[in-house]
Structures are given as C-alpha cells and as structure tokens.
Ligand binder design. Structure first.
Ligand code: FES
Length: 159
C-alpha cells in the first residue's frame, strides 16, 4: 500500500506545540513538525499556532511563505528537485527536468494527483563539481543520468 500523509488532527498538533512551548524561538521547529506531518502547513494549523504562541496569523503565514523549506499548499509525499543552477544546467539538468516532468505528468511546482510526488524548484545547492545534481526528500544525488533518475523514482514509489 502507498504511504500517506497524516490527517490533520488539531488536538494532536496542540500537544506538539505544547512540547515546544518552553524552548527559545519555537516557531520554526513547530512549522517543521507541521511540514513533516502534512507535507505543508495547513491554514488551520497556522491559526492554532497563532493562538497558542500569541503571534499574529499574518506573521506566521509570512514565515511559512518566506522559507522555501515550508509550503502553504498541499505537497506530495516525496519532493524531487532538479538543480537548474548554471553549472547543472550546462551539464544537462534541463533534460533531466523535462524527463521528470514528462514521466510524472506534472510541471515543476506541481504535485501528482496520487499525492506521491512534488517537483520542487532547486537552484544551485553548492555542489557544482558533481553536476547535474538532483535532490529527493532533502538528499542530494550527484552526476545523475536519466536512467538513474528513473531508478530513483521507482525506489521512492515503493516507500
Ligand atoms: S548549479 Fe547545481 S549545484 Fe551548483
């Protein structure tokens, strides 16, 4: 069976917020928890955080939208990104991205309808020596070929 994201459960999330109440600067770690559980930071969770931490909704939404590691719309279980920085581009990352988009039937920034994959935009990740690079769920893969990309997608689909 395919894995799924957790369903939104505000009571459960309230306990998570409570567990961070006594640390300094709890907002970012709490947003990370939400992102990990749901694949994005749902508006009702933002509102709950706002109420509990006494930070305005606007500020929380601003932080969630500012950092590229956070999403404010639903995303897939696996995040795949092809680096489109200059060196990766010169080493064929454009072809990799096209292949990925074609294979998954979505464009960069979109999520497959089964909720398994989101293609996330990736700019230079400082690993130009090993271009072209891709990232899958935060892990970097170097000098990737189209065949390897296909294999990595299959590996991910099984998880
Ligand atoms: S351009 Fe891709 S890692 Fe630098």
């Amino acid at each position: 069976m395919m894995s799924q994201r957790e369903k939104i459960n505000l009571e459960k999330f309230e306990l998570i917020i409570d567990s961070f109440q006594n640390i300094k600067g709890p907002l970012i770690p709490i947003l990370h928890e939400a992102e990990n559980m749901y694949g994005y930071i749902p508006i009702e969770v933002q509102n709950l955080i706002s109420k509990k931490l006494k930070i305005s909704n606007a500020e929380i939404n601003g932080v969630a939208s500012f950092y590229s590691m956070f999403h404010t719309n639903p995303t897939g279980l696996h995040h795949i990104g092809v680096c489109t920085g200059t060196t990766c581009h010169l080493n064929g990352s454009g072809k990799l991205l096209k292949h990925l988009e074609h294979k998954l039937g979505i464009r960069e920034g979109e999520t497959t309808s089964d909720g398994q994959f989101t293609i996330v935009p990736v700019k230079c990740i400082g690993n130009c020596d090993a271009a072209p690079n891709i990232t899958i769920d935060g892990k970097v893969y170097n000098a990737v070929t189209i065949t390897q990309l296909d294999e990595l997608i299959i590996e991910c689909s099984d998880k």
